[in-house]
Design a protein around this ligand. Sequence first.
Ligand SMILES: C=C(O[C@@H]1C=C(C(=O)O)C=C[C@H]1O)C(=O)O
Ligand SMILES: NC(=O)CC[C@H](N)C(=O)O
Length: 933
Amino acid sequence: WVQTTRPRSRYGVARKRTLTRWYVPDDDAASAQGTERSSAVAGGQEEDLFNQHGFFGSKQQLLDLRILLVDNHDSYTYNIYQYLSTMTQHAVDVIVNDAYSSWDEFITSLHHDCPEDENGGSPINLQDHYDCVVLSPGPGSPTEPSDMGIVLDLIRRNSQVPILGVCLGHQALGYVYGCDVKLAPSGPVHGQLSAVTFEVEEENDECTCDLFKNLRRPFDVVRYHSLVVDTSECSCIEPLAWCKYQEDDDATAGPFQSSDENICMALRHKNYPHYGVQFHPESIGTGEAGYQLIWNFCEFAQSLRQRRNVHTTSYLRKGSDDQGKESPADADNDEKDSRYRVLLHKIEADLILPLPEQVFDEFYSSCADSFWLDSSTGETAFGEDMVDESSCPISSNSRFSIMGANDGLLSRKIEYFGREHKPLDRGLRVRSAESKEVRLESEGILSYLRHEMEDGQELVQSIEEIVFEDSNGQAAVAAVADEPPFDYRGGYVGFLGYEVRHDTQCWSFQQEGGMSACEWESTGRSSDTKTNPNIPTAAFFFVDRSLVYDHKTGEWYLIGVSTNNSEESFDDTVSWMRETSTKIGNLRRLRALEESKEPHCLVDEIAFVPNRSKAQYQADIARSHEEIRNGESYELCVTNQLELKVDILPHPTKEVREMPFELYKLLRRRNAAPFSAFMSLHAADRSLPGSGRVSICCSSPERFLSINRASSSTGRRFVVESKPIKGTAARYVGSEPDAREIDQRIAQTLKLSVKDRAENLMIVDLLRNDLGRVCEVGTVHVPKLMNIETYATVHQMVSTVRGTINGDKTSAIDVIEACFPGGSMTGAPKQRTMDILDEIEQGVSRGPYSGCLGYISLNGCMDMNIVIRSAILTPVDGEMPNRWNVSIGCGGAITALSNSEDEYEEMLLKSRILRETIDEWRRLNFVEVDGIT
Ligand SMILES: C=C(O[C@@H]1C=C(C(=O)O)C=C[C@H]1O)C(=O)O
Ligand SMILES: NC(=O)CC[C@H](N)C(=O)O
């Protein structure tokens, strides 16, 4: 489907008009402007992009402006928050629009914060607290009261307060003042650039804001909207800017009609300081012009206040001063003894050491509980050098493989069964090495991890090296000469399934004073019939013994965690190190297995049964389009699950539960991916309630979140990175001489595709938002936008979003809570879209698919993938012991530009490599296959 020739791209057109600073489609231009950076995060220079480009430094004087930002449940609000926070010396307060049941309740709450005597008993006005208000974008319509919360009353009651409404906020202003708010004649436009033109003010009236000061005419903006404001019948509103819908554009590819009407892109009230913009000034695609526009509004708000000689009081307000949070790690934490001690041993060997697959096979494949965070793209055949990082965009994410089992003295298995499971199974269970079980009924997985990491002063910053004199000799502890080249220090390894979203979304809205998500949560919409009872909602190992392989140097490291002040624990770790390094040293490296030569079979032969039939999936897409048309969502990631029961022949030497690893070995060969992983979780006792029995074979190309230490910084600064993927094209694999060229043309077409760029942009803006909740002001940036990466069967469009956190205030768990589930698996705006997807997918749990898998290390660093391109295997109960349920989740983003036939094909394409591999696995071990009916 990618090979259909499309008309000239909207981006192509836009580029000729203006080049926004950040939004440059070709790499040359990008690197010329310094937006390309090394993707090796640890050690990269991390100044923020704003300062690098200087435009923000030019606003040297911070404004003295108290800003209230009302969040209409959007996924772009924190992009506005970040911009505003760089403009004013005060903290910007964010409240979600339904945090209060009425305007009066909100004003009364301000009253509570205001000491009676200082206020002289007079009624509290918004102006006593805030100099201006910004209304965020959002799902829904201003005509629907439940979408707007206090916003309509806020506008009605505050005619003298400067207000800037963005998108839904703009529509709300139009609606309050009597304009018609209707479906856009052009149909929805999401994530595309449009040229906006405006009239230049002849005379400059002091009481009006020139929103477009210092902007070019026309300038390019990103739009995310389905509704428009018709100002024609409204005498008190003046339209300020327009865009025209262009007939020759590509946007008609989807199911929507176009029209060439002028669309109102900005408005103002003729007598009040109320302004609206229909487009998104905070989008990375609108770039500097959007920043300038918001600055123009803020500068105006300040000058208006000065003219009116209004003084705002500085009562403590609800909201985000320092994000209102206690620091999880006190400043004096370093002086406290941490609970653990991290030991490292580097295996010295003259011989070439074995590759990870061989080591996993030898040590862990027969363990009930084991993991391998595999960097299969980093693998090289015997004696070959690893691909130069600069020439291979994915290899830099593939330098290290980490593996281990739940087998040390301190190891624990933590399994969490959330509300989608049967009441008897629910809760959190912690099983330690001595098989002691602790059951915590009302603890969530993230709150458990948070408590563990905070209570035990678990952030261990130091690492000690263990050296052995000779194989029998004494161990000596030495300060590490060189820090190891990776940030992993042992700790928590596991996955969070998609259903952990109930916990994290609740957190997000609590941060802004909202309760709605949590109230929804307590109603417990569980559907235990549609959840596989063998698969926990989340599961982690506390790993005290792990092996790390450096694909670049071929070196192995052992990481051991022992209890501080315990000789027994230290000795145990050291003897494990001695034993393991000897064993690894004695394993002769086998030749790296080459990519499977197995011919790609006709996969239709295997009877996978989709959870949603083709007709149903297309109906789901139609429903998604309906939601998009009505302004409820900008993009929805609709998913399906392909299921199969497979019988596997008993193996002469392996146990049944080892068979999934045999599948994983085939998968990593067929579909090498930088964030691939294997995880196995098998309860010894099948009848234990709340015990998982599942194997995850994952070949994910996508990073959800990583946290690495920022090199050149003072204090505890960490770099957070996400690499969202949107945009998928089938590769051309053929044997003819020009096959490679055809394949490269497909990659190039993907890079320029309007539809895919729009999809990608929406998720990049969403990730900027999510990181903007927790990152330091002005640090969120996009070093790589819309890069193409190539895998065995697909080309992918990948962007990189980064920001900086202060480790004294913000932990890995905070970052997960702000960002989970990954926006590329939900769509935008996240909360509303997930609610719609829940209905579309009829409450069927996605399980590990769509969640994340990886590590949270004892030094606060983290690496988590997005669980896609994965097979989830669970044993079939009560039947032959070698019968497996196999489930492959797959889906894709639906936007206004999607075509339902193409999307169905794309969903199948994403699962293809898995289906082929499973077919090979079962043919190698074949008895019989049934689809699940
Ligand atoms: C939903 C899947 O993938 C997601 C959707 C993509 C897309 O729409 O192009 C690309 C990568 C993933 O974020 C999947 O692989 O099942
Ligand atoms: N981004 C937005 O604020 C969208 C506003 C409204 N829901 C629309 O679709 O037009």
